[in-house]
Design a protein around this ligand. Structure first.
Ligand SMILES: *Cc1c(COP(=O)(O)O)cnc(C)c1O
Length: 232
């Protein structure tokens, strides 16, 4: 973050420009990267500012906080809400009832519960499998070996739709991240070859969007650079 206070709208415009430029540099369609504004811990007033600036995709990490905000902002009917945090089985019901996407699926048990609890009257919940690309013990996500069997099982569930993969590479050397991004892109292509509806590779955060887009990311998740630093 710069020390100059900029508005949420300015931040979004600047980031959109960076995303388009990175896509063009990678010889990709400039509009092929979807921006998820990560609004965790931030008040609904800031989400409304982002909405006024044209932002429609928002990411939340905590179930209760996310559901509260979704209910408070229910008048903004075209917001697309993404759950991006770790999900425990006792919280799946609220997520299935209120969110549009879940990006952090790493167990069949969770996927089954989401499918069972998703009302058939709603559009299917759109889901991504989270890959623990650097085998970090502190991070959630499946290993490469677990990915295809889990995808097959999820693909058979009725009320959720498998759309792709999500990853949070280990912080650190840019070259290491680049390797992780390349590996993710390979897994994504493999998944896409098998499941035609797969079109989403969610990777890239504030500091590494350019490398992520170079490696085929179609969705980036950005919080701080839009809404400012989080105090918690
Ligand atoms: C918090 C979070 C982000 C956004 O992080 P910033 O550093 O604030 O841009 C992106 N993805 C996930 C999964 C997160 O938890």
């Amino acid at each position: 973050m710069t020390t100059i206070a900029t508005s949420v709208a300015d931040n979004i415009a600047r980031i959109q420009q960076q995303l388009q430029q990175a896509a063009a540099t990678a010889k990709r369609n400039p509009n092929s990267v979807r921006l998820i504004a990560v609004s965790k811990t931030k008040p609904t007033a800031l989400i409304e500012q982002a909405y006024q600036a044209g932002q429609r995709d928002f990411g939340e990490n905590y179930v209760q906080e996310g559901v509260d905000k979704i209910q408070q902002l229910s008048g903004l009917t075209d917001i697309c809400w993404h759950f991006i945090g770790p999900l425990q089985s006792n919280k799946t019901k609220d997520v299935a009832a209120h969110f549009d996407w879940v990006q952090s699926i790493d167990r069949l048990k969770i996927a089954r519960r989401l499918s069972d609890q998703r009302s058939p009257d709603l559009p299917p919940l759109q889901v991504l499998i989270q890959v623990n690309i650097d085998d970090e013990t502190t991070k959630s996500g499946v290993s490469e070996a677990e990915l295809m069997p889990l995808a097959e099982a999820i693909n058979a569930l009725p009320n959720i739709e498998l759309r792709g993969l999500m990853a949070i590479p280990a912080p650190g050397a840019a070259s290491g991240q680049t390797t992780s991004f390349a590996t993710m892109h390979g897994l994504f292509l493999k998944l896409q070859a098998q499941y035609k509806q797969v079109d989403t590779l969610s990777m890239g955060m504030s500091d590494d969007v350019v490398a992520a887009i170079e490696h085929g990311s179609t969705m980036v998740r950005i919080g701080t650079a839009i809404f400012g630093a989080r105090s918690t």
